[in-house]
Ligand binder design. Structure first.
Ligand code: LER
Ligand code: MN
Length: 266
């Protein structure tokens, strides 16, 4: 297992990201602190200078385990289950564009808030149909790029909150490159047992976010990370554990404390 830190490639309103913008400076910092990778939160791949990004990554010897895509929803209102067909189409195209970037970086594409939420007057069956249609259209673009559906707490979305719901969903659609993504912050709200949930996800677990119960750096709240890391080892998870945390008390302290704490177990 390896450790990464989330970096937003540009300023964004989502709060649980320690580092935003200033790519050269932040990539150097994340590498110097001893992280193996940098997870990138990207609103639109078209806005990125990919050559410069690749240069910085190889200069600082960092991998990109995953690309976060939630800003398309948060900043632009694009999502898979929007009642407007044009918006659903633009959301699919945006994720397909993220998949081309992910193929270059060997990264997983995170399906978080871009799945959307239920709208008044739209049946649950319709929502599920739009979601499956969008996901399968994306998955087909490149079967080698994994799409990881993040289980997100009820206060942020009303579609797929728990690992049980996530497993039922991925088993129903049976697409090899569509799996799950867990985040300890959300699990702390939704899951009866984090250990049981990780075991349930097993080989469908494509990516893993950590934050403590208060969304501060691991060690600042009451989540038992030693047990979580042991369980990830037990199921044979060999991907990244990626810190998606608030920049508190300040970004540098949050990043230093995260790695100091997690290196006890990883
Ligand atoms: C994104 O990874 C996440 O965890 C969500 O809280 C986005 O709002
Ligand atoms: Mn997350």
């Amino acid at each position: 297992m390896k450790l990464s830190m989330v970096l937003s490639t540009q300023p964004a309103s989502f709060s649980a990201v320690a580092f935003k913008g200033r790519l050269a400076e932040n990539i150097a910092k994340i590498s110097d602190l001893g992280y193996d990778g940098v997870e990138l939160a990207v609103r639109d791949p078209q806005l990125l200078d990919r050559e410069e990004l690749q240069r910085l990554l190889s200069q600082h010897n960092l991998q990109v385990p995953a690309i976060g895509t939630g800003q398309a929803y948060g900043e632009e209102g694009l999502y898979f289950t929007h009642p407007n067909e044009n918006i659903r189409r633009r959301a699919v195209e945006r994720i397909q564009s993220q998949m081309y970037l992910a193929a270059e970086l060997n990264a997983v594409v995170i399906i978080g808030l871009v799945r959307g939420k239920k709208s008044p007057g739209i049946s649950d069956e319709q929502v599920e149909e739009w979601l499956i249609q969008a996901l399968t259209e994306c998955a087909r673009v490149n079967p080698d790029v994994k799409l990881s559906i993040e289980l997100i707490n009820r206060y942020e979305t009303d579609i797929l909150n728990t690992v049980t719901e996530g497993m039922n969903f991925v088993q129903k659609i049976q697409v090899a490159n569509i799996g799950l993504h867990l985040d300890t912050f959300h699990m702390n709200i939704e899951e009866p047992s984090m250990v049981d949930s990780i075991v349930l996800a097993k080989e469908k677990l494509f990516h893993f976010h950590v934050a403590d119960s208060n969304r501060w750096y691991p060690g600042a709240g009451h989540i038992d990370f030693e047990q979580i890391i042991k369980t990830l080892e037990k199921i044979g998870y060999n991907g990244y554990v990626s810190a998606e945390i608030m920049p508190l008390p300040d970004p540098d302290t949050a990043a230093v404390e995260t790695i100091k704490y997690l290196r006890k177990f990883i």
